[in-house]
Design a protein around this ligand. Structure first.
Ligand code: DX5
Ligand code: ZN
Length: 216
């Protein structure tokens, strides 16, 4: 395996055409996407509403790669069972939405035999995650304020990555989400990220395959 093959690319369907979701999932899969990133927003944890369980259930019927579900919702424990049963392969919840119940949310996701991720918003210090790094599969470092695609990458957030890497077991996936393009992908990879989410960069490109390859 060469270095490039270790980067997991997870295109965010938030930037897809929702009237052509099946087509747009296939397009990124055919172009080499490793996962499909599904952004779930509740209008409370973030100031936007996106998609939920029925869409994950439909995606599961057509997707050939794992569904990487990013829950930007309050009280994630209320909905984890439904998302897991709908076909999520990885569920990432926000530290800020579950501060007093992190261990139980991790156990709940694990009970469905799927991967567990925890995400932190730009203003959250990486140290809050240190007690949990050996209990989870992935940390998702947000490099924009969650809620919308197409925002500009916030470089200072990516500086959290080496501190997380320094405390994490070797197999922890460190994913970055927000404002990822060819240039910011290089910054994140050089700091130790091995999974990148990209929405507008991939779906806004007229050559999806080249866009995905440029992130590796
Ligand atoms: C933002 C979402 C992201 C978003 C990324 O709240 O979590 O996954 O789709 O979009 P881009 O890549 O356009 O910044
Ligand atoms: Zn996301």
């Amino acid at each position: 395996m060469n270095e490039d093959e270790k980067i997991i690319i997870s295109p965010s369907i938030l930037s897809a055409d929702f009237t052509e979701l099946g087509r747009d999932v296939k397009a990124v899969e055919d172009a080499g996407a490793d996962w499909i990133h599904v952004d779930v927003m509740d209008g409370h944890f973030v100031p936007n509403i996106s998609i939920g369980v029925p869409v994950v259930k439909s995606l599961k019927k057509v997707a050939r790669v794992p569904l990487d579900v990013h829950l930007m919702i309050e009280n994630p424990e209320k909905y984890i069972g439904a998302f897991a049963k709908a076909g999520a392969d990885i569920i990432t919840f926000h530290y800020e939405a579950a501060q007093d119940k992190i261990e139980s949310v991790i156990s709940l996701i694990r009970s469905f035999n799927i991967k567990v991720g925890i995400s932190i918003k730009p203003k959250t210090n990486q140290e809050v995650l240190f007690p949990y790094l050996d209990k989870i599969d992935m940390v998702l470092v947000m490099t924009v304020e969650p809620g919308f695609g197409g925002q500009e990458f916030m470089g200072y957030c990516a500086q959290k990555i080496p501190y997380i890497r320094g405390k994490a077991p070797e197999n922890l996936i460190v994913q970055v989400d927000g404002g990822i393009n060819e240039k910011t992908a290089n910054i994140c990879k050089s700091l130790g990220a091995n999974s990148l989410v990209a929405g507008s960069y991939i779906y806004g490109s007229d050559n999806i395959k080249a866009a995905i390859e440029s992130l590796r």
